[in-house]
Design a protein around this ligand. Sequence first.
Ligand SMILES: [Zn+2]
Length: 158
Amino acid sequence: MLVRTHGINQRLTKKELRDATKFMSGLLMSKRLCKNITIHIYSVEGPPILDGSKCKAYMIPWDSRPHRSFRIYIDSTRNKREQLHTLGHEITHVKQYAKGEVKDITNVLAIWKNEEHSLECEKDKIDYFFRPWEVESFGYERGLYKKYIQHVKRRNKK
Ligand SMILES: [Zn+2]
């Protein structure tokens, strides 16, 4: 797996970002899949903007299917814990694209595990939390964060 970091991040070193990205990816994807993946991480001072709205972070695939190249934009002004949570969230989305679980998200439609999900029926911003790929990402982000912290603690003991 190739991880490249860009921009200045005062709360996470380049090495930490790289290590966390590789470690978390390894929990969600096979070794074989990880080997073929490239992730560029952009630390942005302040909230990255996607489709006109501010967010903590976002991820976009940077190639055509099967997706193997990704860009993650992350708000580097947030504290370390928040950034690592967010990183876990976005890496879960990377997994979803790399495995082809999510396809073709547009403003009106998404394909999740070969089923169409209309986004037009969403009435307000809260509906975002009901999207199955977001449910998965919000679930995994906590687990990935905790596993990573455990991994760092164990490594530092040695
Ligand atoms: Zn998300």
